[in-house]
Design a protein around this ligand. Structure first.
Ligand code: GDP
Ligand code: MG
Length: 370
């Protein structure tokens, strides 16, 4: 129960995951971002990074935020969170739009949707899938480098008339490095010049072996434009999610990650938060990166006000003191004094980082995995 993943610890310390991995390696512990370390090691690492350990309660270290201490019996199934990646113009946006249009709930609501950086679709069997609506490798790289593992499954889009391109290969590398399972959507099959089999063969050269080639990576031929086989693609996601047995404890203070943020003239600082554990409620006091606040209202991806949001649900939060950054951890805390204290602490860390940290790049990400 006292174990915490390196990624989560990095998040709570507002340090880069890669730096923690490096430090652990020097301490003789070759672990990856997703592996867990025990409380003693975590404390050692916290000290190593020059942070003071302040025990808030018996089990809370440092910044006063709980680790992954949810007991197995508290865990409930949660929906998968999907990111779509691929080369420019291969159809990421078209696919996101088409999938969103296929949502039965959005259809019932009269198709009124709002862009909050993520959305959830409901399948005919009532199961849900969350999509991060901010395609782009940068967001993925940046968030992962900061230890925010928000994606459970990557859909790799490859245009069947164009084949593998530099950003496709980059996406494959990111996904592999993150240890996230992949589903390949071979897009634009409506085009006469589409060569889906050639795509499969090219993937093979990059060690992505799809089912049709005897591997275990699911591949689905789709047309985002003609909305062909979207159901098959969503079914593939559903199947992959079942294999992953994704779970979270919904009955605790909410924790999540900021997906998108902005300053709205009328409503002030806004953040779309993907809840990852616990349930966020109106009135909850929170810290989001170096800003803090109290949830004044929450709006879902259909533009509807909601009173609470559970694991895997993206929701726009009103009531922040300042605009946080994408990738910032979002954490509910017990009271406003605590929220201000954590926010101030994180601001201090950020100020320090700004003067010392190297920019996040692919190279130093991979270096940490070497
Ligand atoms: P992104 O850059 O990956 O987000 O790609 P877009 O979704 O913007 O699509 C790039 C271009 O490809 C646009 O002109 C789309 O209309 C077109 N496109 C996307 N999907 C399909 C498809 O399934 N079939 C055809 N024929 N064109 C498509
Ligand atoms: Mg696009």
């Amino acid at each position: 129960p006292e174990a915490i993943t390196v990624a989560d610890l990095a998040n709570r310390m507002a340090e880069r995951g890669a730096d923690l991995v490096k430090a652990l390696f020097k301490m003789g512990m070759p672990v990856t971002l997703t592996q867990t370390i025990d409380q003693d090691t975590a404390e050692l690492l916290v000290t190593e990074f020059g942070h003071n350990i302040k025990r808030v309660s018996e089990s809370d270290i440092e910044i006063g935020i709980s680790g992954d201490d949810d007991a197995p019996e508290t865990m409930q199934p949660r929906s998968p969170v999907v990111t779509i990646m691929g080369h420019v113009d291969h159809g990421k946006t078209s696919l996101l739009d088409a999938i969103r249009g296929a949502d039965v709930v959005a259809g019932e609501a009269g198709g009124i949707t709002q862009h909050i950086g993520a959305y959830q679709v409901t399948l005919p069997d009532k199961s849900k899938i969350s999509f991060l609506d901010t395609p782009g490798h940068e967001a993925f790289t940046e968030m992962r480098a900061r230890g925010a593992n928000v994606t459970d499954i990557v859909i790799l889009v490859v245009a069947a008339d164009d084949g593998l391109k530099p950003q496709t290969i980059e996406a494959i590398n990111h996904t592999k490095a993150a240890g996230v399972p992949m589903i390949v959507a071979i897009n634009k099959i409506d085009k006469p010049e589409a060569k889906p089999q050639k795509v499969r063969e090219e993937l093979l050269q990059h060690e992505v072996i799809v089912e049709q080639m005897g591997g275990d990576v699911q591949d689905v031929e789709v047309s985002a434009m003609q909305k062909t086989n979207l159901d098959k693609l969503l079914e593939a996601v559903h199947l992959q999610a079942e294999i992953l047995e994704l779970k979270a404890n919904p009955d605790r203070n909410a924790e999540g990650t900021v997906i998108e943020s902005k300053l709205d003239k009328g409503r002030g600082p806004l953040a779309t938060v993907l809840i990852q554990r616990g349930t966020l409620k109106v009135g909850d006091v929170f810290v989001a990166g170096a800003s803090s606040g109290k949830v004044r209202a929450m709006i879902d991806d259909k533009g509807k006000q909601v009173k609470e949001a559970g694991p895997s649900v993206p929701v726009e939060v009103l009531g922040l003191s300042a605009v946080p950054s994408a990738g910032d951890p979002f954490t509910v805390v017990d009271n406003e004094a605590r929220a201000r204290e954590v926010a101030a602490y994180r601001q201090g860390v950020l100020d320090k980082q700004r003067t010392t940290a190297a920019p996040v790049s692919l190279e130093n990400m991979f270096a940490s995995h070497a």
